[in-house]
Design a protein around this ligand. Structure first.
Ligand code: ADP
Ligand code: ADP
Length: 229
């Protein structure tokens, strides 16, 4: 069953006399527990889609069905609750809080949700049991991204939205991070969406949604996604 369905989603910006159409009639479906890559060059409209899916921005028109509910109709209070409880975010530059330890970064996230997981346990699951008391600046880029993924998973959301999660990492470290995100979908049944301009990453996805120039150009299912070794 589709966990996410966009129906004729448009996002337009007015810049003086010019109208910028960032998303032009976007429609697609994403299955629960799957890993989807939204692929496209810079400026294609990927971040706009991700921001709308994450409840950080509203579409100009169209339906954004998440588990059957149209979040495009949500008011600000409902959107805040949705962002907090239903979505985990992973960013290119980690966005950890520098003066909190690894453990405290996770505890801050779980302290505001009802169904949060045990922070230390989640950090163990991402391979950071020996890093609980370190600060972000004491960790490598890959380790910081693991903390960020742990923070997202610890809220126990169904949906994980990832914005170029390997964009700041070297190839080998990037593969480890992708493997972790793949585990999140396969083992923990999270619906994982990654936006990227890197077509290599698309090979590991169950579904690849190609966006260019504000439109969906193709939707391709991988019958056997290539695992990241
Ligand atoms: P991508 O993530 O694929 O690089 P974006 O979704 O960030 O693409 O941007 C798509 C288009 O929308 C670009 O032309 C961008 O300049 C434009 N855009 C994005 N956000 C805004 C904004 N707040 N105001 C005006 N134009 C915007
Ligand atoms: P990268 O390959 O990502 O550049 P680094 O060279 O920054 O990695 O770090 C290599 C290892 O050293 C990592 O495991 C990191 O956690 C550890 N490390 C780096 N800086 C510090 C520090 N100030 N305190 C403790 N450990 C550190």
């Amino acid at each position: 069953m589709a966990y996410i369905e966009l129906k004729h989603e448009f996002k337009k910006y007015q810049m003086g006399d010019t109208e910028i159409v960032a998303n032009n009639d976007i429609s697609f479906q994403i299955n629960e527990g799957s890993l989807t890559v939204i692929l496209g060059p810079s400026g294609a409209g990927k971040s706009t889609v991700l921001n709308i899916l994450g409840g950080m921005d509203s579409p100009t028109s169209g339906e954004i069905l998440v588990d059957g509910t149209d979040i495009a109709q949500f008011n600000n209070k409902q959107l805040t609750k949705y962002r907090r409880d239903d979505v985990g975010f992973v960013f290119q530059f980690y966005n950890l809080i520098p003066n909190l330890s690894t453990l405290e970064n996770i505890e801050l996230a779980t302290s505001i949700v009802k169904n949060g997981l045990d922070p230390a346990q989640v950090l163990r699951e991402v391979g950071l049991s020996n890093r609980l008391d370190n600060f972000p600046s004491q960790l490598s880029g890959g380790e910081q991204q693991r903390v960020a993924i742990a923070r997202a998973l610890a809220k126990n959301p169904k949906l994980l939205l990832c914005d170029e999660p390997t964009g700041a990492l070297d190839y080998t470290t990037g593969k480890q991070i992708l493997s972790l995100l793949s585990d999140a979908s396969k083992t923990f049944h999270k619906t994982v969406i990654i936006i990227t301009h890197n077509s290599e990453i698309a090979k590991m996805a169950d579904r690849v949604i190609h966006i260019n120039d504000a439109k969906v150009r193709s939707v391709t299912d991988n019958p056997s996604p290539i695992p990241i070794a």
